[in-house]
Write a protein that binds this ligand. Structure first.
Ligand SMILES: Nc1nc2c(c(=O)[nH]1)N[C@H]1C(S)=C(S)[C@@H](COP(=O)(O)O)O[C@H]1N2
Ligand SMILES: [Mo]
Length: 219
């Protein structure tokens, strides 16, 4: 019987990395769709960027912001904003789709990819789901395959400006291939778990998966 333990250290790492690549491979929102097929069913295009949340706008400065990364990981960590900036930085360009039916094209983000975060903490093979908690008490959840999407990132910058407080600044998650309620603003905790724990909207009848291309709005 072969196991990961038999492999030298560096090929273990390669194995982990290729596992993320494998998990996230088919989950990109940038499927180079032709322009007329770019809008998911039941959506309309907006040029502005609407603000939607529970009505509490936490005031979290960069100085006090912390991100706990916990659960099924080899190295649980708490990142300050400086720790986040010390990670390799990525640029992403994607479309976002809100379940209330607006979509917004061509958002430029900067931040840390979810792949990078998973490598930094050493996500264990037992981890199958991810639960997020925000400073306003909001929670949401997804399968690790969705978190591992090529397009997903922990974002601090939008259109070359620091992410505004209304849109979740200093730091939010962006998982653009799912409806936007799966992209928590004012992110404060990421927990990797063996089991799924439904978040704020998921326990209130929203779909657990939330693929806009399949119109997974309500369950
Ligand atoms: N912390 C937090 N994140 C949240 C929400 C919220 O209420 N609190 N609302 C979600 C919903 S329903 C949507 S559509 C998007 C809206 O993000 P925006 O205000 O930047 O457009 O944030 C999501 N993330
Ligand atoms: Mo939403």
């Amino acid at each position: 019987m072969s196991s990961d333990d038999d492999l030298p250290e560096d090929s273990k790492l390669t194995k982990t990395k290729s596992r993320w690549a494998e998990l996230g491979k088919f989950l990109t929102g940038q499927l180079s769709r032709p322009e007329d097929a770019r809008l998911p069913p039941g959506q309309h295009l907006v040029k502005n960027w609407p603000i939607l949340d529970l009505g509490q706008t936490p005031n979290v400065s960069k100085e006090v912001w912390r991100l706990d990364i916990a659960g099924q990981v080899e190295r649980p960590q708490t990142w300050s904003f400086d720790d986040l900036m010390a990670q390799p930085q990525a640029d992403k360009l994607n479309d976002i789709h809100c379940v209330t039916s607006w979509s917004r094209y061509d958002n430029h983000w900067k931040g840390v990819t979810t792949h990078q975060l998973m490598d930094a903490v050493g996500v264990k093979p037992e981890a199958r789901f991810v639960l997020f908690t925000s400073n306003d008490g909001y929670t949401t959840n997804m399968a690790i395959e969705d978190f591992a999407s090529e397009d997903a990132l922990i974002a601090h910058t939008w259109e070359n400006e620091p992410l505004s407080r209304d849109h979740g600044g200093p730091v939010r998650l962006v998982v653009p291939h799912l409806y936007f309620w799966k992209s928590p603003k004012w992110l404060k905790r990421i927990e990797f778990a063996e089991r799924d724990h439904r978040g704020f909207w998921e326990v209130r009848g929203y779909h657990n998966h939330a693929d806009p291309w399949k119109e997974e709005r309500y369950s």
